[in-house]
Every structure is written in C-alpha cells, then in structure tokens.
Write a protein that binds this ligand. Structure first.
Ligand code: SAH
Length: 218
C-alpha cells in the first residue's frame, strides 16, 4: 500500500483551501491554523487525494460524508473552543472534525452510531498522534452521561430537534452548536446554557447535513 504523505504540494493546496475559506468569511485564525495543520487528504480514500483540497463534502462510505471544510470551520468557529475544553462531538464520521478540535487543544469525546465507521478508527494511522480524542460507538441522542458535563457539544448531523439529554450534559455557560432541521435544510443554531439553567438560542446560516438518526447501526 502506498504511504500517505504530506508533501509540499499537499501543503500548498491546503494553504489555498484555507485562504478560500477565509475569503468566504471565517475570521478565527485559530480555527484556520488548526485546519491548515491537519492534512485532509489523510481522511479520504486514496482515489480522492487529488481533490481533497476542494471545498466540498466527500463520501466516506456507509452513505456518510466528511463535511465540507467551510462547514467544519464555520461550526468550529461558532463553538468558541478553548484549549483543555471538554468537547462532545456527535457523528465521528471520518474523524476529521474531531482532530480539528484536538488541534485547538480540546479534549474530545466523539460518538458514531455506525459500527463500520466506528471500527475504521481502530486502525487509523493518525489515531496515535491525537491521544486527546476518545472514540465511542453509540447513539448521540443519549450523549455520554458518564463523562458529562461538557464545556462544548457539537452535532455534525442534521438534528430533528434540540436533544434534551445533550443540553442536560452541558456545563453552565457551556455551548452547543447544531444544524437544526427547518424544511429541507438546516439552520445552524447555537445554544448557551445560562446561569439560571435556561437555554439561549442563536440562529445562523443554512446548511445541508446527513440526518442524525436514532439508535445504533451494526
Ligand atoms: N464529523 C464528521 C462528519 C460526519 S457526517 C467528519 O468530520 O467527518 C455525520 C455522521 O454522523 C455520520 O457518520 C453518521 O453516521 C453520524 N450520526 C448520525 N446520527 C448519529 C447519532 N444519533 N449518533 C452518532 N452518530 C450519528
């Protein structure tokens, strides 16, 4: 098998991609730098290596996708992650978003409901480089009560509603970012848990995600 390498050419393409995301309105240099450090082509099938640095979503098997880089940047920026934050991600998928969060210094707990996708991470060669990412096979609607509360929660699949078990696992002052269903698109939404326990809701742009589904799949 050909080895995955991060060549000057890859680095050059990545730099261009990051510049294009900045041009589209992402302002957090911290987020952009984290994405610039992480080779996206490592997360895609070898056959897609040449186009890994286009600002597009790609298939990763099991009918799922690795999110568009702009969307990853958008969600990560809204999440306002600080180093050492405990972050819960729903929808591991390729693991790209989880490692972007780890690049910012977060302690990441990520859940995937598809066994095949979850299993792929066991042998993923980058895994040992990011010991701050912990992988779980389960239903994201349930969260991870054993590890709660979290500073931040990020949902990377289209949520039909704000999952109550997840807001319950959020720290006071904590934030959750999720693409919330509205008609046939999703409205990016940020929830903040206030001192009195109430939830503040902020609305942002529209996106299109694969659905957040109930239960686990084998
Ligand atoms: N964050 C991913 C993008 C994944 S696409 C990345 O960076 O590549 C959304 C993922 O959410 C899919 O892998 C899908 O299987 C998963 N998913 C959907 N519903 C879920 C649920 N209830 N719990 C956990 N994962 C879920």
């Amino acid at each position: 098998m050909r080895k995955y390498e991060d060549t000057y050419r890859h680095k050059g393409m990545r730099k261009k991609l990051i510049d294009s995301i900045r041009d589209k309105g992402i302002t957090s240099e911290e987020v952009l730098e984290a994405m610039n450090r992480l080779p996206r082509h490592f997360f895609l099938d070898k056959a897609l290596e040449e186009i890994a640095y286009q600002d597009r979503a790609f298939p990763i098997g099991e009918g799922q996708t690795i999110s568009q880089p702009y969307t990853v940047a958008y969600q990560t920026q809204l999440l306002e992650v600080k180093p050492f934050d405990k972050v819960l991600e729903i929808g591991t998928g390729s693991g790209y978003q989880a490692m972007v969060l780890a690049e910012i210094g977060a302690q990441v707990f990520t859940i995937e409901r598809q066994k095949k996708l979850f299993d792929q991470h066991k042998n993923f060669f980058l895994r040992s480089a990011y010991p701050s990412v912990k992988y779980f096979y389960g239903d994201g609607f349930e969260g991870l009560p054993t590890y709660a509360p979290f500073d931040r929660i990020l949902i990377t699949a289209a949520a039909p509603f704000i999952p109550p078990k997840l807001t319950a696992q959020l720290k006071t002052g904590g934030m959750m970012v999720l693409p919330l269903n509205e008609d046939d698109y999703q409205r990016m939404t940020r929830i903040t848990k206030m001192e009195d326990g109430s939830l503040k809701e902020e609305k942002f742009d529209n996106f299109s995600f694969v659905p957040m589904l109930k239960g686990k799949e084998y």
